[in-house]
Write a protein that binds this ligand. Sequence first.
Ligand code: MN3
Length: 245
Amino acid sequence: MKSRTPNRRQFLTETGKAGIALASLPLFTKMSSHTFYNGSDFTQQPLPFSYTALEPYIDSMTMEIHYTKHAATYAKNLADACVAEKVDTTTTSLTTLLKSVSKYTPKMRNNAGGHYNHELFWQIMKPSPSLAPTGILSDAINKTFGSFADFQKAFSEAAKARFGSGWAWLLVKADGSLAVSSTPNQDNPLMDVAEVQGTPLLGLDVWEHAYYLKYQNKRPDYINAWWNIVNWEWVQKRYAETISK
Ligand code: MN3
């Protein structure tokens, strides 16, 4: 019995510390609580890491402004567009909406895409990841592009060559094959207006707001740095789920 009191006190103290640590990172959440996989979320989800977590590759000020200002605004404007255009977000998934986005206004296209793209973007990054895919995704990349290095080169070129604002993508096409593409503005491969259509696995935001504070006009440096924080475990899981559908 004697040992229970200090243990219990110790437990409460440590729980209290954990509570404080979590409170100091209000946006921290476990990935398992995130329901983004099915693309049904119309509201902004918690960031799965702290603003400082991706340094030095993405600085904390860029991360905070990107999440709390840019991405939050897409989510708010998407909500407004859904009201104005009578989209019932309790019965329609975001993925379904994107697949027929040509039926809606440019405001819906820009903000539905902006919201989806950023929610995906947060999930595909993490600090200190394994730096290359393994398993079936690795096999598919090698088969399609020759090697992982060749894939990175093709993806980086798509990101560099996108004129103005937009995204670079690795996607799974309807026939199950992989492709690299890029889209302007907040378009993405799910959209019926996209040149290359499919399910995005990996997307890189090349809008200046994503990198300008740290990299200024040097977009290639941002792209090169970004490979150090790609969450390949998550991308592999998404690939496996996508091709099993
Ligand atoms: Mn952005």
